[in-house]
Design a protein around this ligand. Structure first.
Ligand code: AP5
Length: 244
């Protein structure tokens, strides 16, 4: 009888070997539950894939999940679109629901990186409740501290490969061929909310609603402040130091 399941012989031995090595490396890594907080353009999405690979975590970015829902025109996406286009936050209930679901994925077994969540003190309290029920807690909050003045250039020069989430910048991290993804050669796109005008509302929302989340976790003594205005590689070094 025909079957859809793949035989091990069908998988190239290099792929098997690299997966085996990855699993061996991951087995020795301690569990980690991390939050990345910072204003738009501070580098959360840039550093996340590096942290994810280093510590074998899943990367849960509420912005990416919401944009996928908007593109697929799901009921969630239809509700979220208006707020996102204006640079305002979507309701706590919508994002808490998607995070609760996403954290159950097998790739989150060794822990997770929350990128862009929680963004209000209400979301932080709900997250603590969710984790408390599982008997776990957040280990570290990385505060991507940066001056607002630097962010417009970062945001307006950003280009994204939607399928992988790879991020480029015309000046700071240009692709090998302008407008094309380095790995697949597919076209890069700009986000609809990456304009100077919408950035103003996003920064306003950050200072009013998200800055208090940093204070909330500071009281628990788990916030590590990064110098997010430094070049990418230096920020990566700081992150690794904080997490080692
Ligand atoms: P979201 O997608 O989370 O956007 P954001 O928080 O505004 O963050 P960004 O993705 O813009 O910035 P980033 O820090 O990841 O920067 P990046 O690394 O790409 O949210 C979008 C919207 O969704 C919100 O406005 C809201 O409506 C909604 N939403 C999401 N979560 C929500 C929640 N929890 N509750 C309610 N609503 C929610 O870097 C930017 C650029 O700079 C890149 O081009 C990069 O190459 C470059 N760069 C990065 N690091 C450096 C460096 N060190 N030096 C020089 N250039 C650098």
């Amino acid at each position: 009888m025909a079957t859809n399941s793949m035989n091990l012989e069908d998988i190239p031995s290099e792929s098997l070997m690299s997966e085996l090595l990855r699993r061996m490396k991951c087995a020795s890594k301690p569990d980690k539950r991390l939050i990345l907080i910072g204003p738009p353009g501070s580098g959360k999405g840039t550093q996340s894939p590096i942290i994810k690979d280093e510590y074998c975590l899943c990367h849960l970015a509420t912005g990416d999940m919401l944009r996928a829902a908007v593109a697929a025109k799901t009921p969630l996406g239809i509700k979220a679109k208006e707020a996102m286009d204006k640079g305002e936050l979507v309701s706590d209930d919508l994002v808490v629901g998607i995070i609760d679901e996403a954290m159950k994925k097998p790739s989150c077994k060794k822990g997770f990186i929350l990128d862009g969540f929680p963004r209000t003190v209400g979301q932080a309290q709900k997250l603590d409740d969710m984790l408390g029920k599982q008997g776990v807690k957040i280990d570290k909050v990385l505060d991507f501290a940066i001056d607002d003045a630097v962010l417009e250039e970062r945001i307006t020069g950003r280009w994204i490969h939607p399928a992988s989430g790879r991020t480029y910048h015309t000046k700071f991290a240009p692709p090998k061929v302008p407008g094309l993804d380095d790995v697949t050669g597919e076209p890069l796109v700009q986000r609809k909310d990456d304009t100077a005008a919408v950035l103003k509302s996003r920064l306003d929302a950050f200072h009013k609603q998200t800055q208090p989340v940093i204070d909330y976790y500071s009281e628990k003594g788990i916030v590590a402040k990064l110098h997010a205005e430094k070049p990418q590689k230096e920020v990566t070094d700081e992150v690794k130091k904080v997490l080692s």
